[in-house]
Design a protein around this ligand. Sequence first.
Ligand SMILES: NC(=O)C1=CN([C@@H]2O[C@H](COP(=O)(O)OP(=O)(O)OC[C@H]3O[C@@H](n4cnc5c(N)ncnc54)[C@H](O)[C@@H]3O)[C@@H](O)[C@H]2O)C=CC1
Ligand SMILES: C[C@]12CC(=O)[C@H]3[C@@H](CCC4=CC(=O)CC[C@@]43C)[C@@H]1CC[C@@H]2C(=O)C=O
Length: 255
Amino acid sequence: MFKGLVGLVTGGASGLGRATVERLVKQGGRVVICDLPTSTGQETAKQLKENVAFVPIDVTSEQDVKNALQTTIDKFGRLDVVVNCAGVATAQRVYNFKKDQPFDLKSFQKTIEVNLIGTFNVIRLAAGLIGKNAPDADGQRGVIVNTASVAAFDGQIGQAAYSASKAGVVGMTLPIARDLAKQGIRVVTIAPGLFRTPMMEMLPEPAIKSLEASVPFPPRLGHPQEFALLVQSIIQNPMLNGETIRLDGSIRMQP
Ligand SMILES: NC(=O)C1=CN([C@@H]2O[C@H](COP(=O)(O)OP(=O)(O)OC[C@H]3O[C@@H](n4cnc5c(N)ncnc54)[C@H](O)[C@@H]3O)[C@@H](O)[C@H]2O)C=CC1
Ligand SMILES: C[C@]12CC(=O)[C@H]3[C@@H](CCC4=CC(=O)CC[C@@]43C)[C@@H]1CC[C@@H]2C(=O)C=O
């Protein structure tokens, strides 16, 4: 189905990103995994064999992302699809009255830096490369998929930084889709609800169980493969553009 397609997945060593890499490869695509040098990207790439390469990067670094794009060209000759999954989760109240301490500004900045600015950094640099593709019969040159969160809409206590970073991703989706429309590059964001990944597993199991029960249907955490299935569908459907799609079993997060 994706024979000849070349993808780049940030955060591709773990969770939602890894499931996306696996699906793209299963469908015949070739993929560059971009993740932190400390991640399991190298092992993941080895397991998935010759159609996958790993480039250690920090999405917030211009030079790292440029290196990853150069490796994509050197190894696979083109770039069709970017999936931005790299992200960090933080939790802190805006003011801790018990400790008489305000939200740590460095932590707020780091969350915005990785989740929002990192996503933008990858988009702005990758767009130039995707724009060099010959258009298909529909005029399309490529697709960019971003990952926000339902926290962009229903931010919980402690999620000021995380929600702001994800709301930024939602907010830039339409203007970037408009910016890139003339080049035939589509931009779509997924806002996942609760998925079982290493990020989620930072929470103790009883907390996960209670979160699962709060999902109307199906009352469970999403499987990363269900996220990857939506990525595939976005790539395949040329009318999806400039939109954020909630993938959340209809959960509306409580305060
Ligand atoms: N798991 C969930 O329920 C949900 C996850 N999300 C979002 O989905 C995305 C993927 O999350 P998961 O797969 O759950 O988490 P994860 O923790 O399993 O994977 C995130 C990956 O991003 C990488 N990463 C972190 N900072 C990076 C940086 N500066 N440069 C490059 N790579 C970096 C990590 O090394 C890791 O491999 C994140 O953006 C997260 O905020 C959104 C809603 C729900
Ligand atoms: C990010 C998200 C919601 C959270 O804030 C938590 C996170 C899992 C790890 C966490 C552990 C904590 O001790 C504090 C909360 C949190 C940072 C959750 C994973 C997915 C959640 C999300 O984005 C939902 O949309």
